[in-house]
Design a protein around this ligand. Sequence first.
Ligand SMILES: Nc1nc2c(ncn2[C@@H]2O[C@H](COP(=O)(O)OP(=O)(O)OP(=O)(O)O)[C@@H](O)[C@H]2O)c(=O)[nH]1
Ligand SMILES: [Mg+2]
Ligand SMILES: [Zn+2]
Length: 331
Amino acid sequence: MVRRPGEDTDAPARQPGRGTVFRKSQGRYWLRTPGGAVACSLSNKLRKDLVRPTADPSSLRAHVVGVREIRVVDPVAVGDEVEFLPGGGGAGMITGVLPRRSRISRRAPGSRPLEQVLVANVDQFVPIFAAAQPPPRWNLLDRYLATAEAAGIEALVCVTKLDLAEESSLQPEADMYRRLGYRVLLTSVVTGRGLEGLAEALRGRVSVLAGKSGVGKTSLLNALEPGLGLRVNEVSAATGKGKHTTTHLEMFPLEDGGFVVDTPGVREFGLWEVPASEVASLFREMRPYLGGCRFGAGCAHLREPGCAVRDAVAAGEITSRRYESYRRMRE
Ligand SMILES: Nc1nc2c(ncn2[C@@H]2O[C@H](COP(=O)(O)OP(=O)(O)OP(=O)(O)O)[C@@H](O)[C@H]2O)c(=O)[nH]1
Ligand SMILES: [Mg+2]
Ligand SMILES: [Zn+2]
């Protein structure tokens, strides 16, 4: 058999392949593939097929928006499983995106209602708060939990720096979230508390971490796997806190299987696509009351008379703190 020079590398390289996007930056998409990392561009067809002004890819009225928008709304997200054509030399072109099993989005910056998918194929959303320094912001946690509900993704609440606070000061809130059915982990990198549980919860799954600067994310990741937090920090530091932060998300592999994605500085995920009338259904404890208001589905549960939700708040069946979070999210 006669072999021409280059055949070994070129011929198999033309076969389409599949990979998972683990990083994107400046119009490049890095895929994890069985043959190693591949840096890809997008096919023109893919841009035109998928860049639409609505959230619903099946919408009949969807039409292609200008090329100008592509920087804002990207058809390919970190976490996407894609088909690509290898071009040789560790480069390639993405030609298709496989259906997503879940996604975390936000409204893209700008005046048009465009969805920006931040991470696709997420298994769990992990809000991280400090017990102290900075003090926990429960209203922000409620917003994160609503995001997970809207996305149909499990949530795992992680409160860290437990060594800095009296546990009794956190227990009522932790118990309240547990009663709602959320898993709450209490951790500290100083005492090592809860770290095994966290490692266990992250193992083998794709987890999106969310939390403000200084809550202890990097420390937790380092405690789980030395060096991992450092790598996450490099990405965050490189991108700063500006409006482009979210285009530089990266999915990091865990040694024992699974992946974590850090989402620094993202405030408005998830909820942009939820109609105001459906926000109440993202609060688990409100669901049983939603049919019972005098104005039915028309009730905003804000000022209306005969509101079953507000009656439940008055009766102590819904905490006023959670109700306050709901009210803020409706405004
Ligand atoms: N006492 C105590 N301090 C902690 C703990 N975890 C983190 N810290 C401290 O909190 C500060 C912030 O921790 P980081 O891990 O850098 O926080 P971060 O969430 O990664 O912050 P950004 O990278 O800015 O988003 C550091 O000074 C840590 O040493 C903890 O469990 N206990
Ligand atoms: Mg950090
Ligand atoms: Zn009502």
